[in-house]
Ligand binder design. Structure first.
Ligand SMILES: [Zn+2]
Length: 74
């Protein structure tokens, strides 16, 4: 069974801006709102939107919200 995003053994990071606010709208080191998968380093606007690499072992990880709205498959 797939792991939940809230599971402590899943690995994600919150992206932080590396550029000044006038470049991308975020201050340096301010969270951009994107989530990065530490398994494949792909990012998404949230954990459910990440397009993981085919061999990423976290590609089945989703938020509790996603699980509740996609219930029935399990
Ligand atoms: Zn991944």
């Amino acid at each position: 069974m797939a792991d939940s995003f809230a599971d402590p053994d899943t690995e994600f990071a919150l992206a932080r801006s590396g550029t000044p606010v006038d470049v991308d709208g975020h201050k340096v080191h301010a969270p951009t709102g994107e989530v990065i998968c530490l398994g494949c380093w792909h990012a998404g606007s949230n954990v459910d939107e990440i397009e993981h690499a085919p061999d990423c072992d976290q590609q089945d990880v989703h938020s509790e919200w996603w699980r509740e709205t996609h219930d029935g498959a399990e």
